[in-house]
Design a protein around this ligand. Structure first.
Ligand SMILES: [Zn+2]
Length: 70
């Protein structure tokens, strides 16, 4: 896990929330950030990444990588 995407001025609580794999509420508010921070996590295992992924998908920002539409 990398800390390179932690924003300047973030306090400890914010950073800890970002890095937690069990923080779907934050992920829903900041799905793009969550995807970056949890880049190495797996959807379906990491709750934060799962919620972020689904949120972006619902917003049409992620195309599911199933290949069904090709
Ligand atoms: Zn995670």
């Amino acid at each position: 896990m990398t800390l390179s995407s932690v924003p300047d001025g973030a306090d400890a609580a914010t950073v800890r929330a970002m890095l937690s794999c069990g923080n779907p509420r934050w992920a829903r508010q900041h799905p793009h950030k969550a995807m970056q921070v949890h880049l190495e996590c797996e959807v379906g295992i990491c709750a934060t990444k799962t919620v972020a992924f689904l949120t972006l998908q619902q917003q049409g920002r992620i195309v599911p990588d199933s290949g069904r539409d090709r």
